[in-house]
Design a protein. Sequence first.
Length: 363
Amino acid sequence: MSPQDRRFYAALSQRNPAYDGVFYVGVRTTGVFCRPTCPARPPKREHCEFFTDPQAALRARYRPCRRCRPLAPPAAAPALVRRLVEAVEREPERRWRESDLAALSIHASTARRQFRRRFGMTFVQYARARRMEGALKAIRAGGRVIAAQLEAGYESGSGFREAFARLLGSPPAKRTARALAAAWLDTPLGPMVAVADDSVLHFLEFADRRGLDQQLARLRRRTGAAILPGRTPPIVQLEAELSRYFAGQEATFRTPRSRLATPFQLAVWDALCAIPAGQTRSYGALAAAAGKPSAVRAAGTANGANPFAIIVPCHRAIGADGSLTGYGGGLHRKRWLLEHERRWAKQGPLADAPEPPRAAAGR
């Protein structure tokens, strides 16, 4: 058994969710292939065949398991969550109550539990934050506070001011209040959180990364902005580019990014973006490319501070001896991303993609 197969079988035996999307297991005795988190009883090792993408399992004539649905994105939003998010987007000013959920044959506790698992907040909190985003836009555009209050579904001015200040950190009379939009994007390696304003992307990371809450808190402090659910043009563009990347069609990310960082950090991140897909660089090489050959440790720190997973490819940084080093999303994902890029670089599309452009300036 290869080291990779041993690692995969251990993850399968433990139903380790960190490996969901990283590999798939074909079971020779049943002819089906599954996720590592499949609720079915784990098969014996001699009956397993491992694949790093579902297409390879299909080509090997395995059928997708009906219990764990390996062709769907891992940890994708449940149908109930998608349905309610779409309902909120159709009526962003609506004040949702439990009776409204009951009219849709949805139990309030189920909605609360599934939204908290997906977004870290309940459905009512999600809908309230979405209303406040609309109110903020109206006020910043010069609209009257009373009009924004009524549009957000608040009859009480004091209730509106309290809710607005609690979410955005300032009263609604201040047109300097800012908010960033946060969206959860499903990928083959698990959901990612993207945060952007109307012009640039500020953050992209895997939703299960350790310390994610602290990272978002630092972003709020650095930008002086609240983070509310929503979608902006940079997020829409990013979602399309990530889809092409995971399909092996293109490695270029043109979504404009914030440049809020030190000059050395920006130099290291630009050096990362200059690494062709399918290749890697040592931290020493990154330090040299950033203009400070002796600052190897600082280059590693800058690499770890990168707020843009995948699109600023810190997964392409490796140790001087060629070993994989730490990765915020987990070494299993780093290994998968490198293998994905190498595979496609050999076959064509990613190898022919132009280098990513220099990131756009942002506040």
